[in-house]
Write a protein that binds this ligand. Structure first.
Ligand code: AMP
Ligand code: MG
Length: 306
């Protein structure tokens, strides 16, 4: 999926389970990448404004949940912002700001209501010509869930999947203790953590402004876009790490919460039945109440609850 991928597995069938999990992750990518020719998303986008297309039950599930999070976040999460997301992706690649007319044009394509889903028929339709959807903010979490299902099928004792920072842990660690998952320090080297959260059977997914960005005129432009303004989100957060039972929810909700900021994000996370760690621009750290005992701030600063 254009990012790093780690699979760890312990148990009698560990090798088979790990191979199966990798295969499953590639299968999901083959369905949901906008760049893979003939993927579900590729065909939905290609036929936008022209005709409905057949989509797999996996893609249907992700699209339905994406629409739900779009609604719950009042549009802060919007997979139909595809043209806008592509525009900023090119911008980041070339370190040049998009022109105002390009931004206006890309904004005009965004409309979650033009994504029509018929789950009973296995069909989806993007009704506006030129519209595209982008599952970059949600598909990795789902892939992690599917990989975890493979672990379960093989009766693993313990396992971990990391798809570009979308982590899912299965069971306890091999030594019988909870997993310790690091929360990246926004300005540190990759792998340098500011805190650690202890989890068992959970998905742990981070959205941060340090993952893909460029700087110009003293401003930072990153890859999480606020569909309401057309610009990279400026909500006072450096990152949000969501802890949930499922990667699908954790991934979508972390991206949405990053756009919404601390208060709106915490509210959404509560409604999604999840927990989170927020790292603020001013260095403050907030955790939802249930994580207070599970999160350790390694640099020793104060942790507030939200
Ligand atoms: P994540 O790292 O999970 O927060 O996802 C970031 C990716 O999600 C971006 O690279 C885009 O592909 C996509 N994306 C960016 N902004 C949004 C948004 N507001 N709603 C939905 N997807 C988004
Ligand atoms: Mg996400």
């Amino acid at each position: 999926m254009g990012t790093h991928l780690v699979v760890k597995a312990w148990g009698e069938q560990a090798r088979k389970a790990a191979t199966g999990a990798l295969k499953e992750i590639r299968r999901i990518e083959g369905l949901m990448s906008a760049f893979r020719r003939f993927s579900d998303v590729y065909r939905l986008n290609r036929h936008a404004g022209v005709s409905p297309v057949r989509i797999s039950p996996d893609t249907m599930k992700v699209l339905e949940y994406a629409v739900e999070v779009s609604r719950m976040s009042l549009g802060a999460f919007d997979i139909t912002a595809g043209p806008l997301i592509s525009l900023w992706r090119r911008s980041i690649a070339s370190s040049a700001l998009p022109g105002a007319s390009m931004l206006d044009a890309a904004m005009a394509f965004k409309d979650i209501f033009s994504l029509k889903l018929q789950p009973d028929k296995g069909r989806g339709y993007l009704s506006g010509r030129g519209q595209t959807i982008d599952l970059g903010g949600i598909a990795k979490g789902y892939a992690a869930d599917k990989a975890t299902e493979v672990f379960r099928r093989f009766g693993l004792r313990s396992g971990l999947i990391d798809i570009g920072g979308n982590i899912a842990v299965y069971g306890f660690r091999e030594d019988g203790r909870p997993w310790h998952i690091g929360v990246q320090s926004p300005d540190g080297e990759r792998g340098e953590v500011l805190g650690v959260v202890e989890v068992v059977d959970k998905a742990v997914v981070t959205s941060g402004d340090y993952e893909r960005f460029f700087e110009t005129g003293g401003e930072k432009y990153h890859h999480i876009i606020d569909p309401r303004t057309g610009y990279p989100a400026r909500s006072g957060l450096r990152s949000v790490t969501v802890v949930a039972d499922h990667g699908l929810a954790a991934d979508a909700v972390s991206t949405a919460a990053f756009v919404l900021g601390l208060d709106g994000g915490a509210e959404l996370i509560r409604r999604a039945g999840a927990d989170a760690i927020f790292v603020m621009e001013d260095g403050g750290i907030y955790v939802t109440r249930a994580l207070l005992g599970a999160f350790r701030h390694v640099t020793g600063g104060v942790v507030k609850t939200i």
